[in-house]
Design a protein around this ligand. Sequence first.
Ligand SMILES: [Mn+2]
Length: 332
Amino acid sequence: MTAAITAWPRLEDVVDDIRAILDRARVIACLPHKDADADSLGSALAFALSMRAMGRDVHVLVPPPMPRLLDYLPGFASVSESAPDDIDTLFTFDCPTTARFGDRQDLIQRTATVVNVDHHVSNEGFGTVNLVEVTASATGQVVHDLLTTLGAPITADVATNLYAALFTDTGGFRHENTTEEALRLGADLVAAGANPGWVALKSYKSRSVRQLKLEGLAVGSLRTELDGRLVWSEVTEAMLAEAGADMMESEGVIDQLQSLDTMQIALLFKESAPGITKLSVRTRDPYDATAVCCPFGGGGHLRAAGAELHEPIAVFEPRVLEVARGLLRSTR
Ligand SMILES: [Mn+2]
């Protein structure tokens, strides 16, 4: 595990490099991380749509599977799972490690120029140019700063993608990363054509019966320890089968766990494939979510992090619980 990079170049230090890269680029692709959320894909689409509005032909690729729950984002219909062979310039969004590109990791190695746009503290700096603003509430905020500095247009569709990125990465403007800057940017994006009610409807009020049933099963099997300070649950293959849902539809479960009044560390274990477990972690002050994930090669943000291990839940879960208990016992 490499140590976190603490001093990133500022936008004004890299914008000329990015401008030169765009001038030279012939085939540009935008890439979010695997199992993209609205920040990652919304940022990629916003950048691509703004470039397209300036006459550039830009591809948006996703590592499979296609994140179909995000089909409301403007430009989604143009997203592809397969990459053209002749990409020479790759922009990545909201992805701290190359491992998170899943089946598209090879693109990072075989593309001559990579611009890494992100806001994760744990970013590995894998780009030719790295634009990582760790104080930004969302990668969408970094993209907005980049586009406006480049003089690229913020059309209504660009604004909608950026608003969806910002809105969901702040948990609907509820998480600790809901800064004054984030709220001001939200207003600017609405002025540019984003519809906040519609984005809220699409991101938080458009779930299927399958999704709610799955959530019910996962919430129903939650467990707590240490007076409810530690809460955890699982999403298993059996639950998916019972609800008729797939793993993509388990996205809201961790939000239910972190709504518990006594919660200080919430953990969700997902059986993403036989023998592979995905961990999602949410914490409250003073607990660092990355401290739970880093021992297992994961990372993320101060209050939201994750990891993936090639171990079944039954093996992985007790190890993570030990780390979480240790943290909770060390501070009150
Ligand atoms: Mn993000």
